[in-house]
Design a protein around this ligand. Structure first.
Ligand SMILES: Cc1cc2nc3c(=O)[nH]c(=O)nc-3n(C[C@H](O)[C@H](O)[C@H](O)COP(=O)(O)OP(=O)(O)OC[C@H]3O[C@@H](n4cnc5c(N)ncnc54)[C@H](O)[C@@H]3O)c2cc1C
Length: 467
């Protein structure tokens, strides 16, 4: 008999979601994490970022409260207290996670684990056997080969920025990806002077570009230097070539590198594993199976959709299929294309399915888009008086009328998108989406307007064809 049914390497959302499901199903599970249960999501990523952004957003709303007849005096930012609030959230979630896995009899060890071969894992200094192995080792920040980065005390990863003793007076963010934008937004809301530098023509390609173009000015006073080529760093200064080709520089008390993340390949035996690995990540099929029997990979290490909710879902799918391979027939497969993206700043942005630029890249030229302002809803006007940017966008396949993508900018976008993912997942048409009743005065109502805009265009296209 093997030591365990399943050994999981890595205890982030991918690893712990799998452990939970497997434990629930009565499997004997060992989860090994070198840094402690929770992964980068709990300690360095999603949770700390969301907590600090919530505090900064509250400060932002209170500063504008007089406009709504609420007087505040002596408003100030107490960064150590914000950090303490963040720690409370992290500690509460960590305790809940530990208790959940204990309840499902998962053995959790804080040790480094190395995959040796199918059915054999080195955990600390013990060689253990198992039926299945799940690799869930996450990702690490990209470190560009830029002169002046290594051993520069001003240079930080986003996770390090969230741990500073005090907010930097001047912050430079290299990279306008979602995490870079969240860093920029957070510290700009707290009063830092923030400059974001990127080679892209528009902020993050992950977000639909109509939404991105509206979001960027809404992040003021962040200063964006786009279309720029970073050359090197020297101490507190970044030297780059500006959009017009002229040499330029910007200085900061902190310089955060947010130039993407890559799967973590070191420390778990990737090189000698025999696994099919590309620079993108460990290759998996839609069941999270690797090329080796009984070896699965979930979360960021696969290189797909680097979001905590994608890691969670992939962990659940792998676990469900280990417990019962037939559950695939009940829909337990990974559909990366319907994983929403989220931006937790002020204003929020979120989307699911294809962006317009992804449609173009994939050769979908027969699409119709509808865009509507959210300012049609009173609730939006009330909530977003401070940052009046708000849009709903729907992308539809012209011939089938199927909804290919939904994108939102505005309050509650990150909440609403979870439900809207079902629309894309269930391959609903724009007509079916347009018939859904959203409660009156909620910001999501704007989505119906976007649908009607699509329907008008489709009708106009049909009339043209009929003639
Ligand atoms: C600053 C920041 C902000 C983010 N914000 C968001 C957000 O707002 N929304 C969102 O959805 N996502 C966000 N993310 C991304 C999210 O954190 C990741 O997508 C998610 O954590 C991936 O989960 P995972 O389980 O694949 O890996 P991880 O959470 O990275 O966990 C992997 C774990 O494996 C452990 N490990 C690695 N190698 C070994 C080994 N050999 N032995 C034992 N243990 C090992 C690591 O120590 C780690 O604990 C953010 C990330 C960062 C850095």
């Amino acid at each position: 008999m093997t030591d365990y049914d399943v050994i999981i390497v890595g205890g982030g959302p991918g690893g712990y979601a799998a452990a939970r499901r497997l434990g629930q199903a009565g499997r004997r599970v060992l989860l090994a994490d070198a840094d402690g249960l929770g992964g980068s999501s709990l300690y360095n990523g999603t949770v700390p970022m969301a907590s600090l952004l919530e505090s900064a957003g509250l400060y932002h709303r209170l500063r504008a409260a007089a406009d709504r007849g609420i007087t505040t005096t002596g408003l100030s930012v107490d960064w150590p207290a914000m950090q303490a609030a963040k720690q409370r959230t992290v500690a509460t979630l960590a305790a809940g996670l530990k208790a959940t896995l204990q309840r499902h009899r998962v053995t959790v060890v804080q040790e480094t684990a190395e995959f040796l071969e199918p059915g054999r894992v080195l955990v600390g200094d013990r060689q253990l056997t198992c039926d299945d192995v799940i690799i869930a080792t996450g990702s690490v920040p990209n470190l560009p080969p830029l002169p002046g980065v290594v051993a520069n005390p001003r240079v930080l990863a986003p996770a390090g920025l969230l741990e500073l003793d005090q907010p930097p007076e001047r912050l430079i963010v290299l990279g306008a990806d979602v995490t870079g934008l969240e860093c920029a937004n957070l510290f700009a809301l707290l009063g830092s002077q923030v400059t974001v530098i990127d080679s892209l023509a528009e902020i993050t390609n992950l977000i639909d570009q109509t939404i991105a173009a509206e979001l960027r000015p809404a992040l003021r006073p962040v200063r964006f230097r786009l279309n720029c080529q970073i050359d090197h760093l020297d101490g507190d200064t970044v030297y780059f070539r500006a959009a017009d080709g002229s040499p330029a520089s910007a200085s900061g008390d902190a310089i955060v590198l947010s130039l993407g993340r890559q799967p973590r390949f070191d420390g778990w035996g990737a090189e000698t594993s025999g696994l099919d690995i590309t620079c993108r990540g460990v290759t998996v099929d839609d069941c999270l199976r690797t090329n080796l029997p009984g070896v699965w990979a979930v979360g960021d290490v696969t290189g797909h959709s680097l979001f905590a909710h994608a890691a969670l879902r992939s962990g659940e799918v792998a676990a469900a299929l280990i417990v019962d391979p037939a559950s695939r027939r009940r829909g337990e497969v990974m559909r990366w294309s319907t994983i929403p993206y989220t931006f937790f700043g002020q204003p929020q942005a979120a989307g699911v399915g294809l962006t317009e630029q992804a449609c173009a890249a994939q050769g979908f030229d027969q699409i119709v888009t509808g865009v509507a302002p959210l300012a049609l809803a009173g609730r939006f006007i009330d909530e977003a008086g401070l940052s009046p940017s708000g849009l709903a966008k729907v992308i539809v396949d012209q011939s089938t009328r199927q909804v290919l993508g939904i994108h939102l900018l505005g309050p509650a976008a990150t909440e609403v998108i979870g439900g809207l993912a079902a629309v894309v997942e269930m391959e609903m048409t724009v007509d079916e989406l347009g018939q859904i009743v959203f409660p009156n005065q909620t910001v999501a109502e704007g989505l119906r307007e976007a649908c009607w805009a699509v329907q008008r265009r489709l009708a106009a296209a049909t009339v043209t064809l009929d003639r």
